[in-house]
Design a protein around this ligand. Sequence first.
Ligand SMILES: Nc1nc2c(ncn2[C@@H]2O[C@H](COP(=O)(O)OP(=O)(O)OP(=O)(O)O)[C@@H](O)[C@H]2O)c(=O)[nH]1
Ligand SMILES: [Mg+2]
Length: 919
Amino acid sequence: MASILRSFMPVSSSKIDDHDEYSVDYSFAMEYSGPAVSYDIPQVVPVDVHRIPTAAVVSMASMLNNLSLPVIQPIVKSDHSSKKVAKGPSKVGYEVAEFRGSGRKLRQNPVVDVTDQERATDGGEGCAPRVSNGTGSSGTLGFSDSHDESHEISESSEIEELNGVHELGVEISSHAHQANSQLEEHSLNTSASSSEVAICEEVEDCVNETSNCGNRTPVVTFRDPHSSDITSEDGRLDEQDIVVERPVARSDVKKGSCYRCFKGNRFTEKEGCIVCGAKYCSNCVLRAMGTMPEGRKCVTCIGYAIDESKRGSLGKSSRMLKKLFTDCELKQIMRNEISCEKNQLPPNIVSVNGRPLSVRELVLLQNCRNPPKKLKPGRYWYDKESGFWGKESQQPCQIISPRLDVGDPIQKNASNGNTNVLINGREITKNELLMLKMAGVHCEGYPHLWVSANGSYQEEGQKNVMGKLWDKSRIKFICAALSLPIPSELCDEEVEKDAEKVCSDDADQKVVNKLLLVGCDQSGTSTIFKQAKILYNVPFSGDERQNIKYMIQTNLYRYIGILLEGREQFEEDCLLELRRQYLSQPGPSAYAQQIGEKNAYSLSQKLKAFSDWLLQVMMSGNLEAIFPAATREYAPLVEDLLKDKGFQATYSRRNELLLLPRVANYFLDRAVEISRVDYEPSDMDILYTEGITSSNGVASVEFSFPMPSQDGYMEPIDHSDPIMSYRYQLIRVHPSSLGENCKWLEMFEDVDLVLFCVSLTDYDEYYVNSDGVCKNKMIASKNLFRSIVTHPTFAQKDFLLILNKFDLLEEKLKQVPLSQCEWFQEFNPLMSYHPPDRQRSNNTSLAQRAFHYIGVKFKRLFDSLSERKLYVSSVTALEGDSVDKALKYGREILNWKEEKPRVCVNELSFESIEASTSS
Ligand SMILES: Nc1nc2c(ncn2[C@@H]2O[C@H](COP(=O)(O)OP(=O)(O)OP(=O)(O)O)[C@@H](O)[C@H]2O)c(=O)[nH]1
Ligand SMILES: [Mg+2]
């Protein structure tokens, strides 16, 4: 028996003598062939030392500047006896890392061990985030068993991912490990004398591999560091500490809730992991993300590449973090997020001139004087001579630093041009050719031009410089019109700096109050929202402005289309009338001839063709798709159309066209200017534009009221008064997104003030509801108001009623009495006769009375529902002052709430209506 056993022993053991063999333990295993068992059979899979993670801490900067690469050594294989197998589905084995003693090294980022109390007492002091030594701090680690590269977690799929097929266990990608160990070897072997470039080249493959390991999904949550079962008194972990938490069943997690405590909802403020997208509420974020050495990542996601779709948000701190960290700490975290190696763009997913970049090339590209803006993964072309840079098959979008040694040589078809004109070997696009022609560059005979970095150009093979592109007059304007780039030196840097300043100034202040703006369709909520942005200098970004411009131009074409459709109708009516008259007159008459001729609404053949085309595009629903090309191609036709008599005759009857919104006049009056390529929307244009804020979504803007300028007549302003620097968040929500019976209002439980917006002109307007019943819009507003006021979430909220479109009320009352609305039937003010010269003031006072009456109706309703006081303000949303006053009134209401005993009256209070002001 002993000799048989000995034959199984390793060679070194074969020398055991007969005496020693009794000191060796043996056990026998037999294959089980009985009936299936009902319990899980535990499996212990040995730890593979090659798969234990090590830190890859090579930063881009260190590659270039610091040649000694810090390395964290891999941990040694630990004793199996101290491991504990996590409980889980029997078919999966778990590799469990050592959590005691040296096993702590596994956690590359110590976890912040900050109690709320500590934070309160310690807040604001010291720059570095406080870090515990790891022992005795939070929870358990778990890693998913797969690395999902194409991983984009939508709000709805987040939970599915969380609870999906990933089983628990600690398993680190061997891929990542290999790359890391190569890095370590490299770092150990690399002496300080190696050149930067050599290092970049040697390590790039390793880094590429590590970056390839992709993103991952968290499958475990973390224990509460304060819960008693985490640490024993000596700071060592208790047995329970290494129990990996089971994923929570899908049904247990509410959509949009926190990934750790599973509380909250879609609207609860959360911070998301830039790797896996897991979102945590403010109570859990520190526990889930620790000290954030690589920025906002779950503890388990540290060391993993970020989700590329989140690259744009790197370094942009959230309001929640601002509340949780001191300024200094937050700046450090954001710096780490931007600069740590793991969060850098993986070079191999950026290709230039058909070749994926190496690390060295990417470093070069990103650190040049004028790098590509917001570089994302993708395929780009780069003209090294001129610095032109663009996406493959597209026209240039930027001019970056020239002569960078990145990518392959440029190819002729890089930008998919079809003009036979070449710049530095690339066939240019139509727009570029147009730009050259407009700038006065001779392009006859399809020249092959050589353009250098400073814009000087010459024909290939010729010595003489023909001119300098960027010195041409109007070149800035031409490029802007054709969406072509200009060198950064020519850009208006001041504007950008101002915008940045506004943003950073704002970011330093605290958000205190949330204002919820809600109202029925067309009540004016989005106009008030836009007005707030304009008033309080929240800039529309360049992209936003561009989109708004296309939106305005699209709307203009839509208005023209409605007019052209009306024109066809008017023309047809005219013909019918002629026919009728012709038939009614026996014998030959002049009508017979007129029928065959054009009438007052007819268009020329060219304009008729344009009209047919536009109506067809509108019918197909593709109007948006023709922009921005339409502005270039058809601006002259729009100009001709506006001068056309037939169109003018139609325009003069535009009030008959019900589909044409009132606001159309504003834009149609300036149609020629707006349809031009170089049109830039003014703030007023933006305000009037329909469709900028999505009708159904929730939009939010943060602002603070500017400090009032001091003048001799006012009381001195106390700039140290914190109220002056309070920040406000205006959240605009459309009722359609509140669900049946406004059930989603509970999402807004932390709102401080509800701004309920009603259009004063709704009293004689109707809409058809989902049941096909015609309803008065004012009654619809009343019903919505009732639903919101009586919603349990808003039981204690203050309300400010915004009675909007006051400017239109005056006009409307002349045509339709307020008593048209069944709710306002008792409004019969006695109006004394006024001579014509006092007529206007008379009408104004009628509008004022009507406004007061409506305000009081709502106040009484509010009182009957809540026994509280409703604040009311009259607003004309298109006027900045009016919205400013209303929002400042809102601020006052909040201040009163804070300092109840203090009676505060200022001029704004006159906007409020007391219940006693009855009709
Ligand atoms: N004259 C005038 N027009 C206004 C006023 N407020 C809003 N409007 C216009 O009324 C229309 C509807 O305003 P919006 O701000 O889009 O209304 P909304 O609440 O967003 O309504 P939806 O878009 O249906 O959600 C727009 O054409 C505005 O330009 C106002 O005080 N006076
Ligand atoms: Mg709107």
